[in-house]
Design a protein around this ligand. Sequence first.
Ligand code: TA6
Length: 297
Amino acid sequence: MTDKETALQPLLISGRVEMRTGNGHLPKLVLTAARSTAEIYLHGAHVTHFQKQNERPLLFMSAQSLFASDKPIRGGVPLIFPWFGPRDGAAAHGFVRTAAWSLVESSVTDNETSVTLELAQAADSAEWPAHRLRYRVIAGETLRLELETANTSLTRELKYEECLHTYFAIGDIHATRITGLQGVHYLDKVDHFTEKTETAPEIAITGETDCVYLNTTSSVTITDPAWRRQIVVEKSDSNSTVVWNPWIAKAKAMADFGDDEYPQMLCVESGNVDGNRLTLAPGANATLALELRSEAF
Ligand code: TA6
């Protein structure tokens, strides 16, 4: 057993917090709570699965996803930091979703099982002040996610974007409706980032959709008639919501996404991006929190 594995042992709890070998031989944590289970890869601190008893999985995972130490996982909840979207000379959506995270805390109660993962503190670099990320995942009646960013630099401000890029599993995108964004300004990335205002009380997805809603703290509800369930996305300390479905052509263009998978998924992402990017003073920290709940109807 390596030193790292030895250090890990006290944090594992039989039947509640277990370490398994996942896809691509990558280590994954399996969380078992009274009425739900979750799975998190140390690679990218990537939540790939959450399911309540007698319900379908909450999160979509592509059958074509790669599981490699230098590639992002397609589906679940990718962690996006410190930039959102493409960047010249660097991987899209930042570098933490392909980094190796460590388990630093675990705890259980009668109903919940939680773990905290940490990304080793990044020293000051020319581009990024020293910072440290911790990510708490709580599996219970709901799935709670808390991403804490600490600016550990003593002198420099940390300017960053962040997003919990959640892929939800749905029965049929054609019948699915999204509420909670009416009146919100957004950037339509499919229409040259044109600034628009959401006029629909219920948003339908009828083609490639890639909308960055700004200055919104509201919760969002996904209604999925095909699977007769609603998914509620509640967030705190998040001013941006992104709605994305690749639809037909983009689905075909993504090697790690099945051509026929777009009807079974919808991204409703919560974070602080674009005009909502954050500036953290030296020594300060901030936490982006999300609670995901599914309700059958
Ligand atoms: O959040 C939507 C988005 O920015 C889309 O533009 C699309 O690129 C998606 O993220 C997936 O990005 P990825 O880098 O994971 O392929």
